[in-house]
Design a protein around this ligand. Structure first.
Ligand code: HEC
Length: 154
């Protein structure tokens, strides 16, 4: 056998293994391996919409590390330096009895909806000048959206 023949045989063996391997791949695995860019946009958007919430909430929960030094998030644990945030979404501003609020926040008459929380988390003093919440703010909109998604679950 000369060296050319050996090369041809070797190439054939490799090809057979590759073909066999591909054919043996379970369909689900093959689907997972398809790069997302090959999906039609509409299918991709639908998939993202369906899975956005749990992922967004998980991300918000991680971002809550910026809040937890000052804010408890469980209904039973009372307020820390800042008011307890359990049930904060759609709650009237500055209504917890056991929390010390600034006069500035006490003077407000609104509920904490998405819009208010978004401005607040960007820079508290932009929403309520004179607030005692000392927090630099989250400049990135995606981070605020994630944190708000998490706050809704408290
Ligand atoms: C350094 C402490 C501190 C940090 C960090 C902090 N806060 Fe606060 N927060 C406060 C204080 C103090 C108040 C009360 C503000 C006032 O009365 O003006 C407050 C008030 C609030 C309120 C209004 C509550 C109510 O009952 O009306 C919300 C909502 C809030 N914080 C959310 C957050 C979130 C979300 C984070 C994390 C991104 C955060 N805060 C980080 C101290 C803090």
């Amino acid at each position: 056998m000369n060296s050319t023949t050996r090369t041809i045989i070797a190439a054939g063996a490799v090809g057979a293994v590759l073909l066999g391997g591909t054919a043996a791949l379970p369909l689900t695995l093959a689907a997972q391996q398809a790069p997302p860019t090959q999906d039609p946009p509409s299918a991709r958007d639908t998939a993202q919409a369906a899975s956005a919430n749990p992922r967004l909430i998980a991300r918000g929960k991680r971002l809550y590390i910026f809040c937890q030094a000052c804010h408890a998030a469980e209904a039973v644990s009372g307020s820390k330096i800042g008011p307890n945030l359990a049930g904060i979404f759609n709650r009237q501003a500055a209504i917890l009895e056991d929390s010390v609020y600034s006069d500035a926040l006490k003077g407000q008459d609104f509920v904490w909806d998405e819009e208010k929380l978004d401005v607040w988390l960007q820079r508290p003093a932009n929403l309520v000048p004179g607030t005692s919440m000392v927090f630099a703010g989250l400049p990135r909109e995606e981070n605020r959206a994630a944190l708000i998604a998490y706050l809704k679950t408290l």
